[in-house]
Design a protein around this ligand. Sequence first.
Ligand code: S3P
Length: 166
Amino acid sequence: MKSICLIGFMGSGKTTIGRRIAEELKVSLIDTDEEIVRWKQASIPTIFEQEGEHSFRQYEKQILQSMPKENAVIATGGGIVEDAENRKALKENFYVVHLNPTFDVINSRLLHDSTRPLWKQKSEDKRNLYDKRMDHYLDCADISISIQNESIEETIRKIISSIKRG
Ligand code: S3P
């Protein structure tokens, strides 16, 4: 089985849904953010603060390049699509599932979040980031799953049946 890569904006549920899909398919879940934290022995806010976003993006790119192309579910960070080489690698090597909640859904999920450096910006800047990234997500995705009021179960069912169709 080609590895499945979950992409989408912060708070779109990539890790939670990825874990469930990995269980269903009986393969492992790898989270690129967790891999970076383990490798660098530092939290993401610390990496952003001490080394800057640019370094974080370099680490993210290296981690993506090291991901297994078969038999895994990979949950990525929301900004992975910012880099053109990452987009190319996603399209060439993985079955890419875009989790696509509306901005309002994300806003309500991340209302009290303080763990994501790029969620600390002004509301207008977050909205612009969401809009700017949307084209990249859609460009990379084999399938884009809209998320508004659906349950997690429903979203998982949609993804599994799309994977089975191929
Ligand atoms: C980021 C998203 C985060 C994490 C980092 C940067 C982004 O991951 O990689 O804070 O640029 O959108 P999640 O999408 O899992 O929140």
